[in-house]
Design a protein around this ligand. Structure first.
Ligand code: HSE
Length: 305
């Protein structure tokens, strides 16, 4: 059994912990079920960040699988013992492109297919959110498209909007890590009414712009006042990279998720924008790489039975 899980960007400026957008770089996970004499879990990893991906029970794919198996009971848990997982990661691993969300969602999705637990995507999403803590990346990984999430008394409601407008995402990953925990800890617990209203205006208008295919509106609807002004301090050269991307013709500039990856929407000049970002990061002492991606409208899927 082999599954394919999309990467994602999240927040998209004003949609902190609310919006996810699936992208066309993937995590591939193959599972070979245990043989009668298999004793222990085996995990092999290739691709980006393989030296940092755990190959024991703490592996996020395995954690996602176990969360599904635990719901099924002992027999399900036992059937995962001695499983062989092969993980191929195409998602840049410096952080911000939904790598951990894809791993958790991938584990949940794979276990559901393998153990035939017949969970709906919504039920799988609930399990993945309980592990990840917030819904933006895991929802994009499972559902695809632009995901819009909200909680009602702890119950998650997620809608996936399919994006048919031609739109590129130019993402640039500097080669240092920002821990999500750290990037959340620096955020203020209270913001001004003025900033709150700006974010409400922008996130509502951003979703409306995506639905209408109005890419020009991305120029102003992606402005955030809730987290990016604080997180910019964790990304050396943030202002220079932003200016370089916009001067090169980008429609927008945001931190991807909790960073340090940053990204721009664009409809032309993608390479020029990517190269401008890399140059500006370098002028501030950091190497980086860029990727030109598009929106992935399909979420997690089985590619081999
Ligand atoms: N919404 C999350 C954040 C995404 O910005 O902290 C990172 O996992």
């Amino acid at each position: 059994m082999k599954v394919k899980i999309p990467s994602s960007t999240s927040n998209i400026g004003p949609g902190f912990d609310t919006l996810g957008l699936a992208l066309n770089r993937y995590l591939y996970i193959s599972a070979t079920q245990r043989t009668a004499d298999a004793q222990s879990l085996q995990i092999s990893v290739e691709g980006y960040g393989k030296e940092h991906i755990a190959t024991d029970e703490t592996n996020l794919v395995y954690q996602g699988m176990m969360a599904v198996a635990k719901r099924g009971g002992t027999a399900y848990r036992q059937s995962l013992q001695g499983i062989h997982l092969q993980i191929k990661n195409e998602i840049p691993a410096y952080g911000g492109l939904g790598g951990s969300g894809a791993a958790i969602a991938g584990g949940v999705f794979l276990a559901n297919a393998l153990l035939q637990t017949k969970l709906s995507r919504e039920e799988m999403l609930d399990i993945a959110v309980s592990l990840e803590g917030h819904p933006d990346n895991v929802s994009a990984a499972l559902m695809g498209g632009l995901t819009v999430n909200c909680f009602d008394n702890g119950k998650l409601h997620c809608r996936s909007i399919k994006i048919t407008t031609r739109l590129s995402v130019v993402a640039c990953s500097p080669q240092f890590q920002v821990l999500t925990k750290q990037a959340r800890k620096i955020l203020p617990q209270e913001i001004s009414l003025k900033d709150a209203v700006t974010n409400i205006e922008n996130v509502a208008s951003l979703v409306a712009a995506f639905i209408a295919g109005d890419v020009e509106a991305l120029r102003y609807t992606t402005i955030d006042r809730l987290h990016e002004p604080y997180r910019a301090a964790l990304i050396p050269g943030y202002n220079d990279v932003r200016k370089a991307a916009l001067d090169a013709g980008a429609l927008s500039f945001n931190i991807s998720g909790a960073g340090p990856t940053v990204f721009s929407f664009a409809t032309k000049g993608e390479r020029k924008i990517g190269e401008a970002m890399v140059k500006a990061f370098l002028a501030n002492g950091n190497s980086s790489t860029y990727e030109v991606m598009t929106v992935e409208n399909d979420g997690a899927r089985v590619v081999e039975r």
